[in-house]
Design a protein around this ligand. Structure first.
Ligand code: ACO
Length: 324
């Protein structure tokens, strides 16, 4: 049977960076750098240029992941894209990226699980590889939230940013991995809480795209308990404990949630990869962007046990354990 090795990671951020001070200067928004930093840890976020889409960003991240893996595009059997901001309802953003990469075989599809999208996509990709349905899989999280924000709502527009991240997974015979690769993914959803974090539109309902609406305190309340349960489930399933975790790579929504998770795991902040200060919340892109950064700067090394977790609209949440 095959196991999914994380062969390469890549990230891409649009050039334009928008600071809290710039937002604070907007007439009528009534926010401040101090408020945003104290509540969220965010200092700035990237914003896509006009005409720059999720497939454009995702392509750049995918190419970086393939390059780090030393993989040619011919190795790509499947492309999974987690996004809430697809270029179009169809073709899927994954099929668009496939076309831009020049891949002409295999399959490609998008998956919607809001901020948990990358965790879900890792779970699906792992299952495809274990089942022998694909060997080389690109898993991409890419978002242009700037297009679905109400830029007059200070309670949401300051929280999000645009960007993309990707991993290239390579199926390798289990006995040849030396225990490396994706260990397991644990996915959850509870649609009863759908209304607390929602995009109030869509082609199938209002006909318009809609914008993000959030009951921030409600989301916060669910976040730490649900994430802690998913993390414990992932560790227990693999007979591992908190002390085995080398790096926590959490979804980057809010520094206070990240710090609370670090505490639950008894991990010092030095063992937690944080990008929310510079990227804000890039939804499905936040975990692969953080992976790309921490594998490039030498923090995450071969053999390290990496714990990933996320929660988002749905509600959806989950955790993945991987040995790099
Ligand atoms: N600048 C200044 N004031 C603001 C801003 C802002 N950007 N946004 C809200 N306020 C004001 C509110 O209007 C309110 O004013 P009032 O007391 O006069 O009514 C006051 O600040 C407090 O508002 P709350 O929403 O209660 O602030 P809270 O302390 O809960 O912080 C936050 C808001 C940061 C969103 C917090 O609830 C949170 O972190 N929630 C977690 C949800 C999250 O991170 N979601 C991201 C997407 S989901 C995900 O990825 C998991």
């Amino acid at each position: 049977a095959l196991r999914a090795l994380v062969a390469g990671t890549g990230g891409y951020l649009p050039e334009r960076s928008l600071t809290n001070d710039e937002l604070a200067a907007w007439k009528g928004l009534e926010t401040s750098d101090a408020w945003i930093r104290e509540r969220t840890g965010i200092r700035c976020r990237h914003v896509a240029a006009e005409g720059e889409t999720a497939s454009d960003l995702g392509l750049r991240a995918a190419l970086a992941a393939l390059a780090q893996a030393g993989a040619a595009v011919e190795e790509v059997d499947a492309i999974l894209v987690a996004t809430s901001t697809p270029d179009s309802a169809f073709p899927s953003t994954a099929a668009r990226i496939q076309g831009k990469l020049g891949v002409t075989r295999g399959f490609a599809f998008d998956l919607a699980a809001a901020c948990t999208g990358f965790i879900y996509a890792l779970g699906v990709a792992d299952a495809l590889i274990r089942a022998g349905q694909a060997r080389g899989v690109l898993v991409i999280g890419t978002e242009v939230y700037s297009r679905i924000l109400d830029w007059t709502d200070r309670g949401t527009c300051v929280l999000f940013g645009d960007g993309a991240g990707a991993v290239f997974l390579r199926g390798v015979a289990a006995e040849e991995t030396g225990g490396r690769g994706l260990l397991s993914t644990h996915m959850h959803a509870d649609g009863r809480f759908g209304d607390i974090l929602v995009v109030d539109g869509g082609a199938g309902s209002t006909g318009g795209t809609g914008v993000v609406r959030m009951a921030g305190r409600e989301v916060f309340k669910h976040a730490v308990t649900k994430l802690a349960a998913a993390v414990d489930e992932a560790l227990a399933a693999n007979g591992l404990g908190h002390a085995d975790v080398a790096w926590l790579v959490p979804h980057q929504a809010n520094l206070r949630i990240i710090e609370a998770m670090g505490k639950k795991l008894h991990l010092p902040l030095e063992r937690v990869v944080v990008t929310v200060d510079r990227h804000a919340n890039t939804s499905a892109a936040s975990i692969p962007l953080a992976l790309a950064e921490a594998t490039r700067d030498g923090r995450i090394r071969r053999g390290d046990l990496v714990l990933m977790e996320a929660i988002g609209g749905g509600l959806t949440w989950g955790a993945t354990l991987a040995r790099f």
